[in-house]
Ligand binder design. Structure first.
Ligand SMILES: Cc1cc2nc3c(=O)[nH]c(=O)nc-3n(C[C@H](O)[C@H](O)[C@H](O)COP(=O)(O)OP(=O)(O)OC[C@H]3O[C@@H](n4cnc5c(N)ncnc54)[C@H](O)[C@@H]3O)c2cc1C
Length: 494
């Protein structure tokens, strides 16, 4: 019998995971990627001895019993060289002159912070137990009885900022708990409690780096898809999605070849997907999708270090100015920087490279957006140099050894993500979910075109955990929820 044909647009994490699930379930899968390499935001690049990640630094919940553990067991990704971050301090939050440590495991997390905030122990317990409860229910929305995701829906309609204020009375402790903020866009007006709780809970469960970079994840998925008979094609940009009688009839690749399919999944930003659909969409739907706001982008200084100069640290540093308001950031200055060490490939005590990340808005770089890479002019070079210097200045108080250890710095801005992975406005985490309008900002995989589905970070939850969960939702729209639950075996693990 001929297999149903599925085309997946985009070979980032979301597209490849959908390709994996459907190939495993007997579909004839072709994944199309516009870039010369697969991986999307999980791409890596090499400069001399240093291997840099782009949109991947660490993941949460990969230890046994964690949400990512069951997902990655299914995707056959557990055997990659994962390295658990220090259990007594996987994230160090630095506010002004003081450091606070986040410890692995819910009880340890409470105790580590209660040492500094003894009078807040009960509030910390309430905070952590709420987060854990949300995390423990992460797969409930996969239950056929809860197909609309009842539990998560109510948390998408609550404000993370209000929850934090209601639960924690000490303003400094609130600041500390918000201190690992760069994993999401902390926005007091919009951030839903679901996103805040799910992401923070997964990292409290356990935090992990990958020796060799995020592309090992996507390379493994590509290999699995091919070994199951699927195709993954690079340099294959989808330039149009042809719709006839409310169904996709074909996708056009690089403006020429037409590929027919029974079903099409797009992992692109929803606005980008809809801009490719040639007809069959109501104006009101197109406008709704094109009006969705995006989360901010990220500026990264990828720093190659001189050999033997800076010790590897098995933790992340989140460094904030004393007076930074993390939920209402001041766009005119660099207030927060994440410092991430790459695991040295030779397991040496000394780091080979390090990344500094700080949020950056599209409007800061938009004036260079019509210029080609490498031709954006001296003022863009100066702009990036000034931002790099501001990051180093903020960091060197905690890390005085950094500056003399710098060999070479490579930088990227939202323009880079816009250019390489076609992310509108170079947004780091896709569509901004908003607790005030969950019905319009939290998207489902189904579209008005019967056989066109969405996946990827803009739908439900961003990041490696969020995108992996979303790929299950998308494939459940095709295979049925029961079949996905049976096939993946994720439910009942937690
Ligand atoms: C700086 C930064 C740091 C991050 N750090 C972390 C982290 O430490 N941990 C974590 O969990 N998450 C992190 N994230 C988030 C994480 O990288 C993303 O949520 C996730 O990788 C998104 O996957 P995706 O498949 O939805 O999208 P993408 O990775 O963007 O994949 C979409 C793919 O579609 C391709 N494409 C676009 N247009 C077309 C077209 N017309 N035809 C064919 N292909 C097309 C793109 O080239 C791309 O490969 C980070 C993100 C950024 C930006």
């Amino acid at each position: 019998m001929e297999k149903d044909k599925v085309i997946v647009i985009g070979a980032g994490l979301g597209g490849l995971e959908c390709g994996y699930i459907l190939a495993k379930n007997g579909f004839d899968v072709t994944v199309l990627e516009q870039d010369g390499q697969t991986g999307g935001c999980l791409q890596t690049f090499v400069r001399g001895r240093a291997l840099f990640d782009t949109g991947f630094h660490y993941v949460g919940g990969l230890g046994e019993g964690g949400p990512l553990y069951s997902l990655f067991r299914y995707f056959n990704l557990l055997d990659l060289p994962w390295k658990q971050l220090d259990r007594d301090c996987f994230d160090e939050v630095v506010i002004g002159d003081e450091s606070f440590r986040f410890a692995t495991g819910h009880d340890n997390f409470i105790e580590a912070l209660a040492e500094r905030f003894p009078h807040q122990r009960q509030e910390l317990r309430n905070y952590v137990s709420f987060l854990k409860n949300v995390g423990d229910h992460i797969f409930d929305s996969l239950s056929p009885r809860d197909a609309g995701g009842f539990y998560s829906e109510s948390l998408f309609a609550r404000s993370a900022w209000e929850f934090l204020n209601e639960t924690i009375s000490d303003p400094l402790l609130r600041q500390v708990l918000s201190g690992t903020s760069l994993k999401m866009e902390l926005n007091a007006e919009s951030l839903p409690l679901y996103v805040f709780a799910q992401i923070n809970n997964s990292f409290i469960h356990s935090a992990w780096r990958l020796q060799g970079g995020g592309s090992l994840v996507t390379d493994s998925l590509v290999g699995s898809i091919r070994s199951m008979g699927g195709k993954v094609l690079t340099d294959s940009a989808v330039t149009s999605i042809e719709v006839k009688d409310s169904r996709v009839s074909a996708v056009v690749v690089n403006g020429g070849e037409r590929l027919e399919a029974d079903r099409v999944i797009s992992s692109l930003h929803p606005a980008l997907t809809m801009s490719l659909v040639d007809n069959g969409l109501r104006k009101i739907y197109r406008e709704r999708i094109s009006r969705l706001e995006n989360t901010c982008g990220m500026f990264t200084a990828n720093i190659r270090l001189k050999p033997g100069m800076l010790k590897y640290e098995n933790r992340n540093l989140f460094i904030h100015r004393q007076d930074a308001d993390l939920w209402h950031p001041d766009p005119s200055r660099t207030e927060s920087v994440l410092v991430n060490w790459s695991v040295p490939y030779d397991d040496s005590d000394y780091a080979i490279n390090i990344d500094l990340l700080t949020p950056m808005r599209w409007d800061e770089v938009a004036r260079w957006s019509d210029k080609r890479m490498g031709h954006r002019g001296e003022d863009y070079v100066q702009f990036k140099a000034a931002r790099t210097e501001a990051c180093i200045e903020l960091v060197e108080h905690r890390l005085p050894q950094l500056r003399p250890a710098i060999d070479r710095i490579y930088t990227s801005s939202p323009l880079t993500y816009h250019h390489y992975v076609c992310q509108p406005q170079g947004s780091a985490y896709g569509v901004r979910k908003d607790w005030r309008s969950p019905m319009t900002t939290v998207l489902t995989p189904r579209t008005p075109v019967e056989n066109l589905y969405l996946t990827g970070q803009s739908l439900n939850l961003h990041g490696v955990l969020g995108v992996s969960m979303t790929s299950l939702f998308t494939c459940a729209s095709i295979l049925g929820m029961d079949a996905v639950v049976r096939d993946t075996g994720v439910k009942g693990d937690i």
